[in-house]
Write a protein that binds this ligand. Structure first.
Ligand SMILES: *[C@@H]1O[C@H](CO)[C@@H](O)[C@H](O)[C@H]1NC(C)=O
Ligand SMILES: *[C@@H]1O[C@H](CO)[C@@H](O)[C@H](O)[C@H]1NC(C)=O
Ligand SMILES: *[C@@H]1O[C@H](CO)[C@@H](O)[C@H](O)[C@H]1NC(C)=O
Ligand SMILES: *[C@@H]1O[C@H](CO)[C@@H](O)[C@H](O)[C@H]1NC(C)=O
Length: 230
């Protein structure tokens, strides 16, 4: 005879299993993301220069729902060392991306820069000395409504060098963000647990179509972020 706890555990596992493996775009929630390339989108954004930045990190739609909101992403970003873009040194125009979700090419939702440990002033420092930054796009059109966040992450040179992406800046920016994100992180009394999965086959390796002709290894890292305590 099963006890109440076992019965409840079984029920929760059954519900979980039912909703975790759906891959139909219009089905119940439970998919990490949809490959934009399958529905007319692209894993390269449009930087307005004839090339695009690789969308080299995806925050899985299976992350805690709070993390997938604009405000939640900001808090998470602060936990791993990013903050608002410095207001006094604004650099660059917004970029657009087409995530194959039926929304077409849309502007980035936010751009965040590494804050060097100071939420207010750190990003200004970043603008001067270079550092890591990312743009975020949300996959939420009706064609592929995963809710996943696609990030174009890069590492920049300092402003004296023209504030452009460093050689290997896309791979380097991605790897730095992932290194900062993995495991446990904290901000405002919220604890996040982050796991990563390397994905190939979404982006072609090399420099074809890539902004500034900077080659990449073609890898995209899928991060699943879970709020474990708050
Ligand atoms: C996208 O950004 C550009 C440049 O800032 C702006 O002119 C345009 O109105 C924006 N488009 C939308 C739909 O917000
Ligand atoms: C989809 O995401 C965009 C960008 O974050 C947001 O402006 C828009 O309101 C969202 N659409 C829906 C239907 O939630
Ligand atoms: C992903 O690839 C990097 C090398 O590019 C490797 O160091 C890391 O261990 C890999 N991560 C996983 C989760 O396999
Ligand atoms: C994306 O789709 C296009 C058109 O179907 C194809 O030519 C291209 O090779 C695809 N890219 C990747 C990285 O699979």
């Amino acid at each position: 005879m099963l006890g109440l706890v076992e019965l409840l555990t079984f029920a929760i596992q059954t519900i979980h299993a039912t909703f975790s493996f759906s891959s139909s775009p219009s089905g119940p929630p439970g998919v990490a993301f949809y490959d934009p390339n399958l529905t007319g989108g692209s894993m390269l954004d449009n930087a307005g220069s004839g090339g695009g930045e690789p969308l080299n990190i995806i925050i899985s739609a299976l992350s805690s729902p709070e993390v997938l909101t604009d405000e939640g992403l900001l808090h998470y970003a602060q936990a791993i060392g990013f903050s608002f873009e410095c207001l006094t040194v604004h650099l660059g125009d917004p970029q657009t991306a087409n995530l194959g979700d039926g929304n077409g090419w849309v502007n980035q939702t936010v751009e965040l820069r590494q804050d060097f440990g100071d939420d207010d002033l750190g990003t200004c420092l970043e603008s001067l000395v270079g550092g890591n930054h990312f743009r975020m796009f949300r996959q939420n059109g009706t064609l592929a409504n995963s809710g996943a966040l696609f990030l174009a992450v890069s590492q920049e040179e300092d402003v004296w060098d023209g504030h452009t992406i460093i050689p290997d800046g896309y791979n380097a920016g991605r790897d730095k963000l992932v290194a900062a994100a993995l495991g446990l992180s904290y901000h405002n009394r919220v604890t996040y647990s982050t796991v990563a999965q390397n994905l190939t086959g979404l982006l072609a390796p090399g420099s074809t179509g890539v902004n500034h002709g900077i080659a990449t290894d073609g890898m995209t890292v899928l991060l699943t972020v879970t709020i474990v305590d708050k």
